[in-house]
Design a protein around this ligand. Structure first.
Ligand code: SF4
Ligand code: SF4
Length: 98
């Protein structure tokens, strides 16, 4: 089954579409992807903060992620509105908030 999914975020990865360019491994701030020979490997999907950098830099459409939700969106919204408390509205016990 080539498509990798995880229930705690919107990140989806289809290894059959990957050409192994390595861009996702370079731009991801949380080392969610790692090089693995011919294609990238999804090694820390639970660490994804849904910033969207990998999707923007993937030329083959192998990655999809909804970058309008999650931690990154919450932090940007907090910065724009001047709020000191940052909340994505999700589970505060999630590993991304550790
Ligand atoms: S950016 Fe896309 S094509 Fe390149 S290694 Fe990552 S998933 Fe594969
Ligand atoms: S959306 Fe951001 S944090 Fe998540 S895998 Fe892509 S680059 Fe990494």
């Amino acid at each position: 089954m080539p498509v990798s999914t995880i229930s705690i975020n919107t990140l989806r990865y289809d290894s059959e579409l990957c050409n192994g360019c390595g861009m996702c491994t370079m731009v991801c701030p949380h080392a969610v992807f790692a090089p693995n020979g011919r294609v990238a490997q999804l090694v820390r999907p639970e660490a994804c903060m849904e910033c969207g950098a990998c999707r923007v830099n993937c030329s083959t459409g192998a990655i999809s992620v909804d970058s309008g939700v999650g931690c990154a969106a919450a932090m940007i919204l907090a910065a724009l509105t001047g709020k000191k408390e940052v909340s994505c509205g999700g589970d505060t016990d999630a590993s991304c908030c550790g």
